[in-house]
Design a protein around this ligand. Structure first.
Ligand SMILES: Cc1ncc(COP(=O)(O)O)c(C=O)c1O
Length: 392
């Protein structure tokens, strides 16, 4: 087949566009706030990962502007060569302290962080053990690694143990999302760390959706479960509660030192620009200074879970600010999404491969800055659309 033939044969997205059900790449012409402007219309945002609303916090914006004044807009190279700023190192010290670890390393995205960690640590002869619902960046990181990968059924601890029983003394890393990105449920960390110790494996938690949100101090799922000491590596992104873009890993100094010299997605890619680094650093300060934001987010999340479930929607095992409305069929998810749009609600439909086949859903996520009126408008729209499509 001629190389580009696959592009001509790829019709799935065009069919959705022609039918008016294409939900992706919608240009938002405003900040990621509870109300956004899309195609000239004001809509309620119920699909942003700006969980604490910090992308528009005055201190965060000011820090970014000041950093541009001093350092300019880009670093002109990778961390490894000319692109490490004093700001990166300051942020790494801050992140290590925040996560209670010896050291941390900042990458340019969370995706690159997972690629870098897994490909570097999962060497020949090693075993990487992952949950089937882990994020695509963990899946792809395992693909890049020379070691073997075993995937266990989602949060199925007997299946995890089966995978670990194959480790037979190999260097083994269990890598799981702390909060699963589509359904907002939590990894069973207490059991995972118990099995890890029993089989001599290390544990890495991807806390993309939990950093700044879960745990009393916002330190993430290990803090939430009281197992911080038992988790070896914590990875996170700066593109969600941390209000910018970027990723990091925090853990023992010797591992961070190794990753600095072996993580190819860090060494061979340009570093995070100063305004982003400064914004993340300021966001961390706000997270520590304003715990009430986290409390408001949890109030919003609990209310939405309670109300959506009481209406009769299947909201799965979500325990967090990410709440799915599980519809199962792709067509239904797209029809549901379109009607929500018509009611002025911005949400994201998720179909395979973002979710397992037969588990299509509308992913909703909440922010500390949603007011009771915003949430009421979202609930009213879900009730109307659910009735109209016969889901309720
Ligand atoms: C669980 C998880 N890990 C990693 C990433 C990648 O992070 P980033 O957007 O910073 O590349 C995401 C992004 O959605 C995620 O949900």
């Amino acid at each position: 087949m001629e190389l580009f033939e696959k592009c001509r044969r790829f019709t799935a997205a065009r069919k959705l566009m022609a039918a008016g059900y294409y939900a992706y790449f919608q240009p938002v012409a405003s900040a990621q706030e509870p109300e956004v402007t899309v195609n000239g219309r004001r809509m309620i945002m119920a699909g942003s990962n700006n969980y604490l609303g910090l992308t528009t916090h005055p201190l965060v914006k000011e820090a970014a502007c000041l950093a541009i004044e001093r350092y300019g807009t880009g670093c002109g190279g990778s961390r490894f060569l000319n692109g490490t700023l004093d700001l990166h190192e300051e942020l790494e010290r801050k992140l290590a302290r925040f996560k209670g670890r010896e050291a941390a390393l900042v990458f340019s995205t969370g995706f690159q962080t997972n690629l870098g960690i897994l490909a570097a640590l999962g060497g020949k002869g090693d075993l990487l053990v992952t949950d089937r619902w882990d994020h695509a960046s963990i899946v792809d990181g395992c693909r890049l690694a020379f070691g073997e990968t075993r995937r266990f059924h989602h949060n199925d601890m007997a299946d995890l143990e089966r995978a670990l029983s194959e480790s037979r003394g190999r260097g083994t890393l269990i890598a799981v999302d702390g909060v699963f990105s589509m359904e907002g449920d939590l990894a069973n960390l207490p059991e995972i760390v118990r099995l890890a110790r029993a089989y001599g494996a290390r544990v890495m938690v991807d806390d993309a959706h939990a950093t700044g949100v879960l745990g009393k101090g916002g330190r993430g799922t290990p803090e939430h479960f009281g197992v911080e000491q038992e988790v070896d590596l914590v990875m996170g992104t700066c593109s969600k509660a941390l209000a910018s873009i970027g990723g990091f890993v925090a853990g023992p100094a010797e591992v961070i030192h190794f990753l600095k010299h072996r993580a190819r997605s860090l060494m061979f890619s340009a570093s995070l620009p100063a305004p982003c680094v400064a914004a993340i650093s300021a966001a961390l300060d706000v997270i520590e200074a304003e715990p009430e934001r986290r409390e408001r987010l949890w109030e919003n999340a609990r209310l939405m879970k309670r109300e959506l479930t009481a209406m009769g929607f299947d909201t799965g095992a979500s325990e967090t600010h990410i709440i799915p409305v599980i519809l199962r069929e792709d067509r239904l998810a797209f029809r549901f999404w379109k009607l929500l749009q018509q009611h002025g609600i911005f949400c994201n439909p998720a179909v395979s491969p973002a979710v397992p086949k037969g588990r299509a859903l509308i992913r909703t996520s909440y922010m500390a800055t949603h007011t009771p009126e915003h949430l009421e408008r979202i609930l009213t729209a879900f009730r109307k659309v659910g009735k109209r499509l016969g889901v309720l």
